[in-house]
Design a protein around this ligand. Sequence first.
Ligand code: GDP
Ligand code: GDP
Length: 435
Amino acid sequence: MANIVAIVGRPNVGKSTLFNRLIERKQAIMDDEAGVTRDRHYGLSEWTGKHFTVVDTGGYVVGSEDIFEGAIRDQVKIALDEASVILFMVDTKTGMTDLDKDFARILRSTNKPVLVVANKTDNSELQMMYHEFYGLGIEDVFPVSANNGSGTGELLDKVVELLPQSDEENPYEGIPRIAVLGRPNAGKSSFVNLLLGEERNIVTDLAGTTRDSINSHYNAFGQEFILTDTAGIRKRTKVKEKIEFYSVMRSIQALQDSDVCILMIDASRGFESQDMNIVSLAARYKKGLIIMVNKWDLVTKDHKTAERFTKNIQEKLGPLSYVPIVYTSVLNKQRVHKAIETAVGVYNNMTHRIPTSQLNDIMLDEIGAFPPPATKGKYIRIKYITQLPTKTPSFAFFCNLPQYIKDPYRRFIENKLRAHFGFEGVPIQVYFRKK
Ligand code: GDP
Ligand code: GDP
C-alpha cells in the first residue's frame, strides 16, 4: 500500500506552505543528486524514519471564486481516491468559513483518516482560537504554523502513526517486485497479457493487494517475480484524463510498491518528456529501472538502428544513463524474456554488497590516479570508503574536507563505482563525510 498524504483545503489557508515545509530538506538533496527538476505539487517526506509522499491537491486543482464547488469536489476526490491520510487545512486567523464546512461535510463521509490542520496558529493568542474547528465534526484538530513550524511535529507523529505498515510481514521478501509503467498505448497490457496468457506461469494472484493495481506472482522464463500492472486500471475506471495528477499518482504508487520499474516506450514514437518524468521519479524513489523499447517490429532497421536508438535515449537521460535498454516486440514475442531477465538482474544488482577491502583497494587506486582537485589551496584526501547498510547501494567516502568536493568529482566517483562493480540500472548514492 502506497503511503500518500494529501493536503486539501480552500485557497490561501497555507497548503503549499505546509507542503514545502514537509518536503524541503530531503527533496532538495535528492533532486540535486539525481539531477532532477523539482515538481511543485508532490514530494517525498520522512518523519522518524518513515517515508511518505505528500501531495498538495490545491496545486492540481485551482478554483477561481465561482468554480469553487467543482474545485472542492475534484480535490477531495483525488484525496479520497489516492491518499492514505488526508490533511484538511483551515485558517485560524480567518476562522471557520462556509467553504470549510462544505469540505468537512464531504470528508466526514470517508472512512480514511482525516486530520484537521488549523494553520496560521502562529502564537499563544491564536492558540485560544483554533478550538472552534472542532465544530467541523472531525475528531482530530492540530494547531500548527506552517510558517514557523510550530505544531508540525505533533501533526507528523500522528500522520506516521496512521500510515499503513507496508514492509513489515512481507511474505514475498526477497522476490523482486516489478512495476510496468509507460505512456498509454506503449504495449503494457499486451505485455502483461502475454505473461498472464501463459497461465502455468502464475503462482498466485494477489489481486486486491492494492486497489489500484494487480500484483501477480510469476515463475516465468526461469525467474520468480511479482509484476505490478497498472495498465488495466485506466481502462477499468473512468478517471478524468484531464487531471494529469492521476497518472502521476498511479506511477508513484506503483513505484513505491516495487523494486524495479520497467518503463515501456513505443519505438515508433521514441523517448518523450513524459518518459523522462518516469525515469526521474524512479531515480528520486531510488528504484531500479530498465527501459523496454517495444514495437521494435515497426521500425525499419539496419545493423546500426538499435545503437543509434540507444545513443539517442542516453543523451536524453544524461547522468541517469546507467539504465539498461531492451528492444522488444510483445506482438511477436521477441525478447520479452530478455526484458524480464534484465529487470531481475537489476534487482540483483541492487542488493549487491561489495567487500570493504575490495572496495578500498580498487577505489583508492582510482582516487590516487585522479585525486579531487585542490580547492582554495587545500588538498582533499580521501582516506577510506564503506558501503552503507542501506536498501539501495550507497557509499561513504571519508575525507578531510568533504565540503570542497564538487559535482564533477562526485560523478567521476559514481562512474568508477559503476565501471568496477556493475550497478547497471541501479541508482547509487555517494556521500562524502568528515573523517
Ligand atoms: P494555499 O493556497 O492553501 O496553498 O496557501 P499558501 O501556502 O499559498 O499560503 C497563503 C498565504 O498564507 C501566504 O501568504 C502564506 O505566506 C500565508 N501563510 C501560510 N502559512 C502561514 C502561517 O502558518 N501563518 C501565517 N501567518 N501565514 C501563513
Ligand atoms: P497500453 O496502453 O500500454 O496497455 O498498450 P496496449 O497493450 O493496449 O497496446 C496498444 C496497442 O499496441 C495495441 O493495439 C497492441 O496490439 C499494440 N502492440 C502492443 N505491443 C506491440 C508490439 O510489440 N508491436 C506492435 N506492432 N504492436 C504492439
